[in-house]
Design a protein around this ligand. Structure first.
Ligand SMILES: [Zn+2]
Ligand SMILES: [Zn+2]
Length: 335
């Protein structure tokens, strides 16, 4: 089989032939049909994830079909349509696991970081990490829902915002373009924020009630005119932008940080105290959350807009994403 491998820090991915892996106890082998390319894949390609050991096959937006099952796997059979996201299983014994908080497992393996991910034709995954993909969802469209999708869907539904509340989505990339669609279907008044007036049409098409151009300097005023947002999803990779957004929150509003940025977020403490405002991060979710995401997307006709690449063009596809050119998710069509 073919696999795209990160061999050395910061070097281009290497396409190599590998023997078909055999699933061990509790694991399955997946024939990978599609794998989304996420900004977090740079943790592998650049070799900057703390516990990472190279060589490693990146990819944590995996959609495919179970091809073989290991010992002890009873709840899933070959032929099942499955997906794997960032969540790659949990240990079951740490404090977080004993409290049922599996996604924050202290020893939790991460797909495409702790074990080889979806930039390959066949991958192994723990059976507990699998989400079932509905028949009606195309693999290439399901893949981005397993990281970009679940992260926006799951953070929104746990944000405390109620139907009719003002919810702003900052950034219209891989995460943001799904966030706007989810927010609309959840019944919020949706404000999309991005850079440039040309994105207004796209924002409306995705379901935003209103578009604010961040380059015009009226982004915060626009939100304040609405009484401030209950929730702002910050999907852009910029600490500075996230810092500014806090000014657009209403009383008890929450800035939900999804975009991992290298620069810090700085906030005036009075702004938080005065309006009882909060800042919260949100990691994707566990396998059942992925299934909820896929089902909700199916129910409301929510789909990612994707550009597909064959596995042989993996390096070009990765660079396309890193340069911010993907409209809006680059997806490898693996098999
Ligand atoms: Zn991701
Ligand atoms: Zn654990």
């Amino acid at each position: 089989m073919k696999a795209a491998v990160a061999k050395q820090k910061g070097e281009p991915l290497v396409l190599e032939e590998r023997p078909l892996p055999e699933p061990g106890e509790g694991a399955v082998r997946i024939k990978v049909h599609a794998c989304g390319i996420c900004h977090s894949d740079q943790f592998v390609v650049e070799g900057i994830w703390p516990s990472l050991k190279l060589p490693r096959v990146p990819g944590h937006e995996v959609a495919g079909v179970v091809d073989a099952v290991g010992l002890g796997v009873r709840h899933i059979q070959p032929g099942a349509r499955v997906g794997v996201g960032w969540y790659g299983g949990h240990c079951g014994v740490c404090r977080a696991c004993r409290e049922g908080d599996f996604v924050l497992c202290e020893n939790g393996p991460v797909t495409g970081i702790s074990f080889d991910g979806g930039y390959e034709e066949y991958m192994l995954a723990p059976a507990s990490a699998l989400a079932m993909i509905p028949e009606s969802l195309d693999f290439a469209e399901a893949a981005p829902l397993l990281c970009a999708g679940i992260t926006t869907f799951n953070s929104l539904r746990n944000s405390g915002a109620r139907a009719g509340d003002v919810v702003a989505v900052h950034g219209l990339g891989g995460l943001g373009h799904l966030g706007v669609q989810f927010a609309r279907a959840m019944g919020f008044y949706v404000v999309a924020i991005a850079r440039g007036s040309e994105k207004a049409n796209l924002a409306k098409k995705l379901g935003a009630h209103q578009y604010l151009d961040a380059t015009q300097g009226d982004m915060i005023k626009g939100l304040q005119k609405l009484g401030g947002a209950s929730v702002i999803l910050s999907t852009a990779v910029s600490g500075q932008a996230a810092s500014e957004l806090v000014n657009g929150l209403g009383r008890n509003g929450c800035l939900v940080v999804l975009g991992a940025s290298p620069d810090p977020i700085t906030i005036r403490s009075g702004l938080l105290i005065g309006g009882r405002r909060r800042i919260q991060g949100w990691p994707s979710g566990q396998a059942s959350d992925s299934e909820d995401t896929l089902r909700f997307a199916q129910l409301h006709g929510i789909r990612p807009q994707i550009e597909t690449f064959p596995l042989a063009e993996v390096q070009a596809a990765y660079q396309h994403m890193m340069q911010g050119k993907a409209r809006f998710r680059a997806v490898l069509k693996v098999i």
